[in-house]
Design a protein around this ligand. Structure first.
Ligand code: NAD
Ligand code: TYD
Length: 341
């Protein structure tokens, strides 16, 4: 099976590549990534000598680059590449329109011309907007995105469906809740807590900290994507979630307790504008139809994540200092699949 991954140098993409290489023998993987600030070549360092894996630097908005890439002929495309941080989307919406909407459409143009390609589109629970207390959204709930990031992801989904309907593209959309685990950039909440607590620095909690997120360990999302590659019907859509939303404050306190750090590190700061109060989705469809379920409880996933960040202090230091951004140039030839060292 020949698999094209976009955005594989980011958090979930790099975990997914590692997951596929460990769980499948007969595959060829190409990782196509622009290496924005969120693309970290250190995430991939241990993979670069695997003959089943190749890296190509490029932008999903670059139609000629995609044309030559697609000439290789792929069976499956897993589309992770995106601008992903809500706070950045509030500061500057343009890159979100560019990559998440126009970039996805550009990719779809190549994909629709590729014979027998399955397009797995990675989306988010944020497209539904904030869930009412006690309620959950199912796959047929209306989309009601509330942040520029969520709006761009909802728009991208509409194009994926439109290409399925209009051009017969074989697609699957997965809407997942917040992921956590190894290799997550420390601008996101859980690695930020770990980084700051490790240095006895204060932990910024937006507003009252009672906003709820349904955290899923990244390996569990990888297993859902892998199942969807093989078993999902063309044109299907699945929610993916652990099914236990928790307030942000509980997450901080749980981490501080495991680390043996004091609660006074928690600092309530000004809330994010338009902050969604609660994300909660029902994932019974993927559990029933594809037999998926998470393998890790939140407690287990959190302990594994904490252990990983403690054992990979250098990765975290490089991510925070910006040193990671020169790794690509030091180790790779631009636009080549050759690993230099
Ligand atoms: P990330 O920000 O860690 O990584 C994004 C990757 O995309 C980076 O490697 C970046 O270099 C690459 N990229 C950005 N623009 C590109 C472009 N124009 N061309 C090629 N590559 C480009 O993201 P993540 O957290 O791993 O999320 C991956 C996907 O999963 C995204 O589509 C996101 O919307 C979705 N998602 C994430 C979460 C989460 O909790 N992280 C939850 C649900 C869905
Ligand atoms: P984040 O990791 O940015 O994911 P998302 O906004 O996509 O859900 O944030 C997770 C939650 O944590 C969200 O409710 C915002 C909150 N948060 C803080 O309270 N402080 C912070 O410094 C950050 C980055 C997030």
């Amino acid at each position: 099976m020949k698999i094209l991954i976009t955005g594989g140098a980011g958090f979930i993409g790099s975990n997914f590549i590692r997951y596929l290489l460990a769980s499948r023998k007969d595959i060829q993987l190409v990782n196509f990534d622009k290496f924005t600030y969120a693309g970290n070549a250190e995430n991939l360092a241990d993979l670069s000598k695997d003959p089943r894996y190749a890296l190509v630097r490029g932008d999903i908005c670059d139609a000629p680059a995609l044309k030559s890439l697609f000439a290789a002929g792929f069976d499956v495309l897993v589309h992770f590449a995106a601008e992903t941080h809500v706070d950045r989307s509030i500061e500057n919406v343009s890159p979100f329109l560019q990559t998440n909407i126009l970039g996805t459409q550009c990719l779809l143009e190549s994909a629709r011309r590729a014979p027998k390609l399955r397009f797995i589109h990675i989306s988010t629970d944020e497209v539904y907007g904030s869930a009412p207390a006690g309620g959950t959204f199912t796959e047929v709930s209306a989309l009601d995105p509330q942040s520029p990031y969520a709006a761009s992801k909802a728009a991208a989904e509409h194009f994926v469906r439109a290409y399925g309907n209009t051009y017969g593209l074989d697609f699957v959309i997965l809407r997942c809740t917040n992921n956590y685990g190894p290799y997550q950039f420390p601008e996101k909440f859980i690695p930020l807590i770990l980084a700051n607590a490790g240095d006895n620095k204060s932990i910024p909690v937006y507003g009252d900290g009672m906003q709820e997120r349904d955290w899923l360990f990244v390996e569990d999302f990888c297993s859902a994507i892998s199942l969807a590659m093989d078993k999902a019907r063309p044109g299907s859509l699945y929610n993916v979630s652990a099914g236990s939303p928790q307030p942000n404050l509980h997450i901080v306190r749980a981490i501080l307790q495991i680390l043996g750090k004091p609660d006074f590190l928690i600092q309530h700061v000004q809330d994010r504008p338009g902050h969604d109060r609660r994300y909660a989705i029902d994932s019974s469809k993927i559990r029933t139809e594809l037999g998926w379920g998470p393998s890790f409880t939140f407690e287990e996933g959190l302990r594994k994540t904490i252990a990983w960040y403690q054992e990979n202090r250098e990765w975290l230091d490089h991510a925070r200092s910006g040193e990671y951004s020169s790794y690509y140039d030091r180790h790779y030839t631009y636009r080549s699949e050759t690993f230099r060292t």
